[in-house]
Design a protein around this ligand. Structure first.
Ligand code: ADP
Ligand code: MG
Length: 244
């Protein structure tokens, strides 16, 4: 199922965070959203997650209307996983409890307790966190917290994985390892990924398609190669191309 934004505008008073966005994200696609701070990347992700409604236009998931100005399907009714920039781990929960949480509170009610435990172990292993299952968040490094956030986002096998600058607080070495991890998870799960970053290198290395945003609008969308070699505007060139 593809996820589509149809002429979506999001305004906060007279500030237009998103202006007339048309975008289709195909099933299984890895789309990177890039652009400078304040261009509307997080707002776009929040609308896709269902945390907020567009001011104009609508969002559809497959044939289903997911949001317009007057109504929105709430996040828990969508098959989404989200990784926030700040990781947003619950301070009072052990690693394995954090990861179990979505299985207890989403559409996984039919899974047996045993199957849930197995799934948590599988995801712990996939993210290299098995040895840290009993730790509390304050006992983890930034990179480990990142892995827990990722594990929690994918445990319920969401069909749409939304990530908001998930690697921005990591050092270069760890960032590169986590990039590979995310790509592996993408291949493994077949999930659609919308990945927000302000790092052009990350977008070029990971995405099937890059969407360059500026001032709440889409400046250009295309394959990494296409945008890198044939930027449509001076802005896209300074943001993504080899001229940079
Ligand atoms: P980015 O993630 O690309 O840095 P954001 O989507 O967070 O940008 O923000 C886009 C614009 O919308 C910014 O000017 C920001 O200040 C504004 N904005 C975002 N959320 C709100 C809000 N809840 N209320 C008012 N303004 C907001
Ligand atoms: Mg942001």
């Amino acid at each position: 199922m593809s996820t589509r934004l149809h002429s979506v505008t999001k305004s906060f008073g007279d500030l237009h965070a998103l202006q007339n966005i048309n975008l289709e994200v195909k099933e299984g696609e890895f789309v990177a959203i890039v652009g400078p701070s304040g261009c509307g990347k997080s707002t776009l992700l929040r609308l896709l997650a269902g945390f907020d409604r567009p001011t104009h236009g609508e969002i559809t998931i497959g044939e289903t209307m997911a949001a317009n100005a007057s109504e929105a399907l709430p996040p828990e009714k969508r098959s989404i996983g989200m990784v926030f920039q700040s990781f947003a781990l619950w301070p009072h929960m052990r690693v394995q409890e954090q990861i179990m949480f979505p299985l207890q509170h989403r559409s996984s009610k039919k899974m047996s307790k045993n199957d849930k435990q197995k799934r948590v172990e599988e995801v712990l292993s996939l993210t290299g966190m098995t040895a840290f299952a009993d730790r509390m968040p304050h006992q983890l490094s930034g990179g480990q917290k990142q892995r827990v956030a990722l594990a929690r986002a994918i445990v319920a096998s969401p069909s749409l994985l939304l990530m908001d600058e998930p690697l921005s607080s990591l050092d270069a070495e760890l960032r590169s390892a986590m990039r590979q991890e995310i790509q592996r998870i993408h291949k493994h799960s077949g999930a659609t990924i919308v990945y927000v970053t302000h790092d052009q290198e990350e977008a070029l290395a990971m995405a099937d398609r890059i969407v360059v945003m500026q001032n709440g609008q889409i400046e250009q969308a295309g394959t990494p190669r296409g945008i890198y070699y044939y930027p449509a505007t001076a802005f896209a060139a300074t943001f993504v191309s080899k001229a940079n």
